[in-house]
Design a protein around this ligand. Structure first.
Ligand code: ADP
Ligand code: MG
Length: 437
């Protein structure tokens, strides 16, 4: 006995031994079993009137029948008409937006760098429209999970209430669509589109700053949605305060809810992300490879993903295990496209080479004047060329903590202010590093 229809047939049969078939027919003829969800039978009931009667008087009949068939206690969930509509919508599509596929809270790795943004997003998904979180404004550098969180909020709300109207738009698309609608003479329709939305998701809002007409329109859209008590979530690559050309009225709206940032993940989080992403692609990575990736790709989760995807491709090509050397190649490939962020390895190598030292000298404890200088320079460059935290930088060296790193960087900054020689040295080493991109 497999199909839902068969199970239902048996249940009806059993219920007919407990009460008159006419009554069973009266109350249960419109019922339809939909699925087992977490071990509970989900039942469509027809009208809410019938559902309420079943719930009050006949629920035991259903659970008894289930026990009779399966010999274990199984609960029943009786859907209201509205819940059934939601159920149908949910079945029709699994995501509120094709792009949202995979961008869920489940797939998001939480660490100190994004804990607040994650918690705020969960909060909004749980109670959208709550004044304290409206709008939710998530900001931070590229590749740190802003779009992921934005879409995860949309997905969570969609799954809970699929009939809610959700609009997702990028800042630059808002502009494009507005311009098109004005040229085509349908700006009213454009406006209409964003009226009555329950959830408004705006990605990369920084693109609207400075565009007068777009900001004007956006302001009205925002107010409409906000005043109706509906939720707005916005992402941006910087906080409102740093959006120089942003209209002041918008700035104060953006700042009026909850603002949270996402920061560069710490090395532990980067390791967790590396492991998880690899596992999802069916790729096993030995510990040394995981560490190598996490220590060298520091600024951007998107790059970690890129490296893992490349490794998957190599693995299929070479039918081989993943080693540090294939990782180095993958990192090179990934970092070459897009802005070049040198690895700590490379920075140490080039700083050492400039002083005819070895990378081990810099990482180790040698205290000669040249070694100390090269080491301090490498720390300074790491701070300026990557998004590594002081703690992360310290971990590149034996026995260097966050405060030694800070004083080293200060020292180089002082020298840079004082003499042109240091400026020349930094310029030379930087250009050597860049030429290796
Ligand atoms: P942003 O919008 O901030 O530029 P994205 O949200 O597009 O960044 O993230 C870039 C990629 O990295 C996406 O594929 C995303 O799934 C992934 N990513 C970012 N942060 C995390 C995280 N904490 N856990 C899992 N994946 C992440
Ligand atoms: Mg994004």
């Amino acid at each position: 006995m497999n199909s839902m229809a068969e199970i239902w047939e048996k249940m009806v049969e059993h219920m007919c031994t407990q009460m008159s078939p006419t009554s069973v027919n009266t109350w249960f003829s419109e019922c339809e079993p939909l699925e087992f969800e977490n071990g509970i039978l989900v039942l469509k009931c027809g009208t809410d009137f019938k559902r309420d009667i079943i719930l009050e008087r006949y629920k035991n009949l259903l659970t008894d029948a289930l026990f009779y068939i399966f010999s274990v206690d199984i609960d029943v969930s009786l859907l209201t008409e509205e819940e059934y509509e939601d159920y149908e919508l949910r079945k029709k599509s699994e995501t509120f937006l094709p792009e949202a596929d995979g961008y869920t809270f489940d797939n998001f790795i939480v660490g100190p760098s994004n804990r607040l943004a994650h918690a705020a997003s969960i909060g909004v998904a749980a109670s959208p429209g709550n004044k304290a979180n409206n709008p939710l404004f998530i900001y931070g550098n590229s590749g740190l999970g802003k779009t992921h969180l934005l879409l995860a909020i949309g997905q969570a709300i969609f799954e809970k209430s699929p009939s809610k109207k959700i609009e997702y738009i990028k800042g630059d698309e808002f502009t494009n669509q507005l311009v098109e609608s004005m040229q085509g003479g349908y700006s009213k329709e454009f406006r209409q589109k964003f009226r009555n939305v329950d959830l408004f998701l705006v990605d990369d809002v920084q693109f609207i700053a400075g565009k007068i007409q777009t900001q004007e329109e956006f302001f009205h859209t925002f107010n409409n949605i906000y005043e109706a008590g509906n939720q707005i979530v916005i992402t941006s690559d910087r906080p409102p305060l740093e959006m120089v050309k942003l209209d002041d009225r918008l700035r104060s709206r953006f700042e009026g809810g909850l603002m949270v940032d996402v920061q560069t993940p710490e090395v532990e989080t980067r390791m967790a992300i590396t492991r998880t992403k690899a596992a999802r692609l069916g790729l096993y990575l030995p510990d040394d490879v995981v560490s190598y990736i996490a220590e060298n790709i520091t600024a951007n989760v998107r790059q970690i993903e890129g490296v893992i995807k490349r490794l998957t491709a190599y693995k299929d090509l070479l039918n081989d295990e993943v080693t540090i050397s294939s990782v180095k190649r993958a990192i090179k490939d990934v970092i070459r496209v897009g802005t070049f962020i040198p690895t700590p390895d490379l920075i140490i190598q080039e700083s050492a080479m400039y002083y005819s030292l070895s990378p081990e000298d810099l990482r180790g404890q040698r205290r000669s004047k040249n070694t100390a200088m090269a080491r301090q320079i490498s720390m300074y460059l790491m701070r300026n060329l990557t998004n590594l935290s002081l703690k992360d930088i310290g971990e590149q060296y034996e026995d260097r903590n966050h405060s030694t790193v800070l004083s080293s960087i200060k020292k180089i900054e002082d020298l840079l202010n004082k003499d042109t020689e240091m400026q020349g040295i930094i310029r030379d080493i930087s250009s050597n590093i860049n030429s290796r991109s």
